[in-house]
Design a protein around this ligand. Structure first.
Ligand code: TYD
Length: 222
């Protein structure tokens, strides 16, 4: 895979000279999927396994547990503009990306629960009423300058009905956790995976052990 992807981007942007100079040597794994797909559990288990395999691993997630992530969660509850909400996700990611680049540069592997794929998939649905068919391309343009490109994005694929069933037993449903909405999000995820060879699609209807095994077999042991 392209080792230089992150550094080229950061150099182009001149985000910081110390970040821009060196190639990012760790590997960057992003986990994506609709709510209830099990990505938090699987990404945690994957990170644990990488660690027991001797790697230095940072496990991280979006929305982040920072002041920007707090605003994202607040926006998720209170924003009346879908654009305001989207820019909060992007602001949180811009800051997060700087830290991710630092971890990778230090030779650590990064396992991230939700990253740019979440904005492309979820916000292209919420912004479709305003941007129509241009939504996805527009979101790519907004995100491209502020991301570190993952080496692999694992997409956990699950039927929206099953995902919502799983969530129902867990907590009160949040605004994005409805079948009709998640079906649309899942369709965008499928398109992202079809267009991007760095996506790995995994059947998340299987047991946790089986899902982890599939992910490990394909990307973990290298
Ligand atoms: P989630 O992974 O469910 O976080 P937590 O388990 O900590 O609540 O993410 C919260 C919601 O935010 C989820 O419904 C997906 C949504 N989301 C977006 O719509 N766009 C984004 O860019 C991100 C990161 C999340």
């Amino acid at each position: 895979m392209d080792e230089s992807r992150g550094s080229i981007m950061l150099r182009d942007l001149a985000l910081s000279s110390s970040l821009a100079e060196d190639a990012l040597s760790g590997r960057f794994f992003a986990f994506e999927g609709i709510d209830g797909s099990g990505k938090s559990t699987i990404s945690q288990a994957f990170a644990d396994r990488l660690e027991s395999d001797g790697k230095s691993v940072v496990r991280t997630a979006e929305p982040t547990p920072t002041w920007l992530g707090e605003q994202v969660r607040r926006g998720n509850r209170e924003a009346r503009s879908e654009f305001a909400e989207m820019f909060l996700y992007v602001a949180d990611r811009a800051e997060h990306s700087v830290r991710i680049a630092e971890w990778l540069k230090a030779g650590r592997s990064v396992v991230c629960d939700r990253y740019v794929g979440s904005t492309l998939a979820y916000q292209s649905v919420t912004l479709r009423p305003y941007l129509g068919g241009r939504a996805l391309e527009w979101l790519r343009t907004v995100n491209d300058p502020i991301i570190v490109r993952p080496d692999v994005t694992v997409l956990l694929k699950i039927e929206p009905e099953v995902a919502v069933e799983r969530i129902a037993g867990r907590r009160e449903r949040e605004k994005f956790e409805h079948v009709e909405f998640l079906r649309k999000v899942a369709m965008v995820y499928a398109r992202l995976a079809a267009e991007d060879p760095t996506y790995l699609v995994v059947d998340a209807m299987a047991s946790q052990e089986e899902v982890l095994e599939q992910v490990w077999e394909q990307i973990g042991k290298y």
